[in-house]
Write a protein that binds this ligand. Structure first.
Ligand code: UDX
Ligand code: UDX
Length: 461
């Protein structure tokens, strides 16, 4: 029986941080489309169907509730949904390879390739396949080969539509993106598919913000956008080390340079280091691609962004140990924040993981506090079992501690009663503000010795 083509059935494979919120936004703004999200992880799908979504993202539950079971559906039934779909977004994860050729750098494309083969197997009519996952440049070519080398008489048009949303602000980023990028082949079928995708986003995004390009430019732009953002953080973090040695103040330097319209003020907050699932992975990907083409200087240039990040994390813990009289053995240290940034429970590549592990190696007694990330933190630190205490309440976490380290810039940490906290701690009491969010003069007045990023310390000894 010939399939009735309606062009309005969207499927997303991969119900993660990207797939879930993005499809909710499309369903909300495009009521005439039916959007289904599938995943091999049944628990994740069940969570999407409940009021306890699998990811914490401010405002997301409201959006999901408006459209769920109307034109947004979550399912574990992959094959039939592929069969029915007209447009398939692929948003499965593409972690850094941990084995074999390119281990530690190249992207592990096994899930992605498996998904391409599943699409081919289940399909009975032409489809548009959209890469949403961040992939090495020219992956679309491989996807093309796998899909279109078929004897079913089916044509698959592969597009690249990288997602630029940031966690913690995903709903707002999807609602008002700086731009949406759609890459397609410049053939007749490619341009027709490009138009269909543009029409979807044009439901709520001004046309001038929908940028189109060839597939390779779209794939590369995603890697380069993340590499540039991360590079700004490593640049300012490298200068923070210099500030700590001089009388310069990193916030004043960032403010002064950021006022230059050519530089801009965003992404200039010095910190304990950047984390998140994308920056390191995407830069490694860029490095691997450059190396593959024999562009060693290019590879080294971008690799240095990661090296500075590792240096910054290392520097932070080394300073903690040094100023606490060269030993943290047996000392209670409360980590305020474990997520890689505020307003998310995600801890992937969080600098807090590195800090916690180093302190434990030095036999410190680590107490992890975070309003949203404790379940993920427990998973990250599984190997240490009972040696770590998890306590969401920061007042309780700091009781009897020698030191506090601020590792995530949660707003709640700015307004705590630090006098009360100080009174419950061991003295001398230390605060290491890895996010430069606290009122350091006030903390010093209370009695804390204060260490911060990119400014001289305030110490009582
Ligand atoms: C996304 C992109 O896919 C990644 O390439 C980009 O760099 C970061 O954002 P994210 O949504 O954060 O990843 O990943 P994750 O939350 O791990 O979600 C991926 C989902 O795909 C998981 O729920 C996983 O179960 C699912 N999956 C994976 C499948 O459904 N099928 C598979 O074969 C593999
Ligand atoms: C990033 C990109 O911003 C987004 O466009 C892309 O789609 C995915 O990767 P995300 O990783 O969610 O988003 O968060 P982002 O806000 O970029 O922060 C990344 C890391 O950099 C965090 O650890 C954050 O704390 C740190 N950061 C950010 C700084 O240390 N200083 C800054 O000035 C900004």
């Amino acid at each position: 029986m010939a399939h009735k083509k309606v062009d309005k059935r969207i499927l997303c494979i991969g119900a993660g941080y990207v797939g879930g919120p993005t499809m909710a936004a499309i369903a909300l703004h495009c009521p005439e489309y039916e959007v289904t999200v599938v995943d091999i992880n049944a628990a994740r799908i069940a969570a999407w169907q409940s009021d306890e979504l699998p990811i914490y993202e401010p405002g997301l539950l409201d959006v999901v509730k408006k459209v769920r079971d109307k034109n947004l559906f979550f399912s574990t039934e992959i094959e039939n949904n592929i069969k029915n779909a007209d447009i398939i977004f692929v948003s499965v994860n593409t972690p850094t390879k941990t084995f074999g050729e390119g281990a530690g750098k190249a992207a592990d494309l096994q899930y992605w390739e498996k998904t391409a083969r599943e699409i081919l197997r289940a399909s009975e009519h032409d489809k548009i396949v959209v890469e949403k996952s961040t992939l090495p440049v020219r992956t679309a070519k491989a996807m093309d080969r796998i899909l279109n080398d078929n004897n079913k008489g089916i044509h698959f048009e592969v597009l690249s539509n990288p997602e630029f949303l940031a966690e913690g602000t995903a709903v707002a980023d999807l609602e008002h993106p700086d731009r949406v990028l759609i890459g397609s082949h410049e053939s007749e079928t490619g341009l027709a598919a490009r138009k269909k995708l543009v029409d979807i986003f044009a439901h709520w995004i001004p046309r001038e913000r929908i940028v189109t390009s060839n597939v390779w430019s779209a794939e590369l732009s995603k890697l380069v956008a993340n590499a540039f953002l991360a590079q700004r953080i490593s640049s300012i973090n490298s200068i923070s080390a210099l500030c700590e040695k001089t009388e310069a103040n990193i916030s004043e330097v960032a403010h002064a340079i950021g006022m230059d319209g050519r530089i801009g003020s965003k992404f200039l907050n010095a910190s304990v280091g950047f984390g998140g699932s994308c920056f390191k992975k995407d830069i490694l990907n860029l490095v691997y691609i450059a190396e593959n083409y024999g562009l060693h200087e290019v590879a080294q240039y971008w690799e240095s962004v990661i090296k500075i990040n590792e240096y910054q994390e290392r520097r932070f813990v080394q300073q903690m140990i040094k100023v606490m009289f060269n030993t943290v053995a047996g000392k209670k240290i409360a980590l305020f924040g474990f997520a890689f940034k505020k307003d998310t429970g995600d801890t992937r590549e969080s600098p807090a993981i590195f800090v916690a592990k180093k302190l434990i190696e030095e036999k410190g007694m680590v107490i992890v506090s975070d309003p949203k990330a404790i379940p993920n933190a427990k998973n990250d630190l599984l190997e240490f079992g009972e040696n770590i205490v998890y306590e969401p309440d920061p007042y309780k976490a700091a009781q009897g501690a020698h030191a506090i380290a601020i590792l995530t810039e949660w707003d709640m940490y700015k307004t705590l009663d630090y006098k009360r906290i100080y009174d419950s701690m061991e003295t001398p009491a230390f605060i290491f503000d890895g996010r430069n969010i606290l009122d350091h003069d006030r903390l010093f007045e209370i009695g804390f010795s204060v260490f911060r990023i990119g400014r001289p310390s305030l110490t009582h000894f």
